[in-house]
Design a binder for this molecule. Structure first.
Ligand SMILES: O=C(O)CCC(=O)C(=O)O
Length: 260
């Protein structure tokens, strides 16, 4: 399998989709060999240490800081092909802010409710976004992501308080921005090795896994290089001061693969 030519992909529709629609589907981001290797690393990382999300009710099984503890997953989070594409989509210098394995088990999962990632982001940033990389085929019934195109451009506050989400986890976006309920929804099934990139303000959702195989993905979170730490009420997990720039040693600039 050939991988996406990031130069080609990111100079045309991909950049436009990411900026105008708030998300983009990138086929063949990883080769088949890479998928096999990173999938094995992802399974090993989950077996070593994982937790099941009960807070948001998604029952996603996730790692904690996997990209910092597992060399192969660090390689994926800092993959030059992924980083170069991310910078072209963003049009600005970036840092890697996180890299985690996510698994939704068949028969024991729930939908990931409608949300935007900014609500939970521990950053003041010009741009924060996720690359959701499929490590197995993820058709709709396995719980791929669904987006509201253009929702990142909605008016109103840039982000709402975390308490709004806590008060009404599945509906807080629609309560605050009622027009979103009537937006077209775009569901993006992924083949193993494909990815979607979505902005932190883009409303999205994922279905439960109703298939008979696990949904396995790797999530890389990027932020603009000048972002600063911003704890949220009741959530201040990092050894950083509010307003502190992100330390390069822990949150490195995205490597690039030679693309200008
Ligand atoms: O994988 C999921 O179900 C949710 C992922 C998500 O919300 C995200 O990548 O921002």
């Amino acid at each position: 399998m050939t991988t996406t030519d990031t130069t080609h992909a990111a100079t045309g529709r991909a950049v436009e989709d990411f900026r105008e629609r708030g998300f983009v589907h990138v086929p063949d981001l990883l080769t088949a060999d890479e998928v096999a290797r990173f999938r094995a690393a992802a399974e090993a990382a989950l077996a070593a240490r994982s937790r099941t999300d009960e807070e948001f009710g998604t029952r996603i099984v996730a790692t904690t800081d996997a990209w910092e503890h597992h060399p192969a997953l660090r390689e994926l989070a800092l993959h030059p092909r992924v980083g170069a594409l991310a910078e072209r989509l963003a049009g600005m210098p970036l840092r890697v802010w996180g890299g985690e394995v996510l698994r939704k088990d068949p028969g024991h999962s729930a939908p990931t409710g409608w949300h935007d990632d900014l609500t939970f982001a521990l950053l003041d940033s010009r741009l924060i976004f996720n690359a959701w990389i499929a490590l197995v085929d993820v058709p709709a019934e396995r719980g791929c992501l669904t987006f509201l195109p253009g929702s990142h451009r909605r008016g109103g506050p840039h982000r709402v308080e975390l308490a709004e989400h806590a008060a009404d986890p599945d509906n807080y976006l629609f309560s605050h921005w009622p027009e979103l309920r009537w937006s077209p929804r775009v569901t993006v099934p992924l083949r193993a090795g494909d990815a979607t990139f979505h902005q932190g303000r883009t409303a999205h959702y994922a279905g439960a896994n109703t298939s008979d195989e696990a949904r396995l993905s790797f999530l890389v979170t990027f932020t603009d290089a000048d972002a600063t730490y911003r704890p949220l009420p009741g959530r201040d997990p990092l050894d950083l001061r509010p307003g502190q720039p992100l330390p390069e040693a822990r949150y490195p600039r995205t490597p690039r693969n030679g693309n200008p």
